[in-house]
Design a protein around this ligand. Structure first.
Ligand SMILES: NC(=O)c1ccc[n+]([C@@H]2O[C@H](COP(=O)([O-])OP(=O)(O)OC[C@H]3O[C@@H](n4cnc5c(N)ncnc54)[C@H](OP(=O)(O)O)[C@@H]3O)[C@@H](O)[C@H]2O)c1
Length: 346
């Protein structure tokens, strides 16, 4: 059976590709050298870009199962077109090429971001309606998911929550851990809201469980075993790092006001002075603020029932493993911007 994984030069896709052993596994990469640097000769690398339908046509020939994991992930300051081309047009091209190649099963990676922050009830389950107010990233992922759900192809959709774990340099938790380790982080808001993180191994387990199923046309939430208040999440990160919790607490409206001011300021700075000075992203953005202050808790019983998937990695265990990776790879000694640069060459 030939399996193709997209997004394997990124965080989630590389973990998925590494776990798919024993079959004929290939990864699709727009930059094959980047994929070869990650995998060596352990998997076959085929060239392909979601924005280029011809490349997909070639890459999909003979494929039985497709794990479409890759996407233009949230990168502050990028224009709408950057997201739209890879996430919306790209998904359209993927579906078309998969139909032409008669692929017999597709696992599509969406996100809980399709609900945005417009929650109508909690815990949120798969039946919750899509949100209305979106960032470019979440908005284009919602449009992509709509294409997928409207398709008659044999697709199983997974919607992971806030993922953390080794090999995620650009991820929010990695960045928070690096800042906390240097004492450069403050609590935001009251911190009583719940977040519901998920460790990468649980996400991969869920994706592979979806790949073993035949739940075509269904969507499944992938979250960790526990929701936790944001304050306690930060405290658990400090414990994992062996540092004291932050002493400073920024009130919500002060942070909101700051993000409204900082975002245009940073765009101007990036344009005229460059991204190196003070980094390419402001210390607070509206989307980050909503992400860390929204009260979010999800119901994962559908996945347990239909996929037999039960998340197992608790927050403290997952954070310990993430910190271990940061230490082993020397990232805790590096500045955040340097660490992100490191990921580009691995
Ligand atoms: N990380 C999270 O917390 C999270 C949460 C929920 C859902 N998700 C979903 O999980 C999936 C994987 O995200 P991630 O965190 O692993 O992101 P990531 O680390 O940024 O990886 C994205 C991957 O997609 C590839 N890609 C992007 N545009 C492409 C294009 N036009 N053609 C070919 N490949 C393209 C990238 O290739 P390059 O290396 O060439 O850029 C990279 O391999 C996404 O669908 C995302 O929406 C992530």
């Amino acid at each position: 059976m030939r399996i193709l994984v997209t997004g394997a030069t990124g965080f989630v896709g590389q973990h998925v590709a590494r776990r798919l052993t024993g079959d004929d596994v290939a990864v699709l990469a727009r930059n094959p050298d980047k994929a070869r640097a990650k995998f060596g000769s352990t998997v076959e690398v085929v060239q392909g870009d979601f924005r280029d339908p011809r490349s997909l046509e070639k890459a999909f020939a003979g494929v039985d199962v497709l794990y479409h994991i890759g996407a233009a992930r949230d990168h502050w300051g990028r224009p709408y077109k950057w997201y739209y081309d890879s996430n919306v047009l790209g998904t359209k091209h993927i579906l078309h090429a998969a139909e032409q190649a008669k692929i017999s099963k597709i696992v599509y990676c969406s996100t809980v971001g399709v609900y945005s922050f417009d929650f109508q009830y909690k815990p949120i389950n798969e039946a919750h309606p899509y949100g209305k107010h979106f960032s470019f990233y979440h908005g284009t992922k919602k449009m992509a998911e709509e294409l997928v759900m409207a398709s008659s192809l044999p697709i199983i959709t997974v919607r992971p929550g806030w993922i953390y774990g080794p090999h995620d340099d650009a991820g929010g938790v990695t960045q928070m851990l690096m800042k906390l380790s240097k004492g450069r982080f403050a609590f935001v808001g009251k911190g009583e809201n719940r977040v519901h993180p998920v460790f990468i191994d649980d996400v991969v387990d869920g994706i592979l469980a979806a790949g073993r199923s035949e739940c075509f046309g269904e969507a499944f939430l992938l979250l960790g075993p526990e929701a936790i208040t944001f304050d306690n999440y930060v405290r658990a990160m400090c414990d994992a790092l062996g540092v004291d919790p932050p002493k400073l607490r920024i009130p919500y409206y002060a942070a909101l006001l700051a993000s409204y001011g900082l975002e245009p300021l940073w765009l101007t700075k990036n344009r005229f002075v460059g991204k190196k000075l003070l980094g390419d992203k402001p210390p607070m953005t509206r989307d980050t603020l909503y992400g860390v202050t929204a009260d979010r808790v999800y119901d994962t019983s559908k996945g347990e029932r239909l996929l037999g998937h039960k998340p197992r990695v608790g927050v403290r265990d997952g954070l310990a493993r993430t910190v271990e990776w940061l230490k082993e790879s020397g990232r805790l000694e590096a500045r955040p911007a340097e660490a992100v640069a490191q990921s580009a060459v691995q």
